[in-house]
Write a protein that binds this ligand. Sequence first.
Ligand SMILES: NC(=O)c1ccc[n+]([C@@H]2O[C@H](COP(=O)([O-])OP(=O)(O)OC[C@H]3O[C@@H](n4cnc5c(N)ncnc54)[C@H](OP(=O)(O)O)[C@@H]3O)[C@@H](O)[C@H]2O)c1
Length: 106
Amino acid sequence: MKKILIIGSKAQLGSDLSKELKNKSSIEIVALDHTQIELRDKSPVHKSITEPRPDIVINCGAYVRVDDCEENPPSHAIEVNALGAGFVAQASAEIGAVCVYISTDF
Ligand SMILES: NC(=O)c1ccc[n+]([C@@H]2O[C@H](COP(=O)([O-])OP(=O)(O)OC[C@H]3O[C@@H](n4cnc5c(N)ncnc54)[C@H](OP(=O)(O)O)[C@@H]3O)[C@@H](O)[C@H]2O)c1
């Protein structure tokens, strides 16, 4: 049985992934939405990943307002999409979990 942690489980992509994977008998899903995990907070992100010890972490949490990112100083985008992504990657590496990001051309 593989345990998969989905961050951003209420996102467009995260909810589709959760639906797709939840009925597979060989997979246990741990789903966290924005009310349960804040990507900018290093220590809670670490705890949310290292405590359930998933085999795979799929991060669908992101700041996706592309126009805002381009028009304003991108500090919020950097905090969520770069530093937050780094916290996820570090915690995943610590427990040997595969860390997955799904790309887009948007
Ligand atoms: N949609 C697609 O077709 C698609 C395809 C390929 C790749 N992707 C990638 O998948 C990711 C998600 O995209 P999406 O289209 O699914 O966007 P979305 O529906 O807007 O989902 C983004 C999710 O991230 C959450 N979030 C935002 N800031 C956060 C933070 N600081 N901490 C924790 N969670 C936070 C949002 O919660 P709130 O709503 O509460 O802010 C929301 O649930 C992006 O990296 C995108 O590039 C998407």
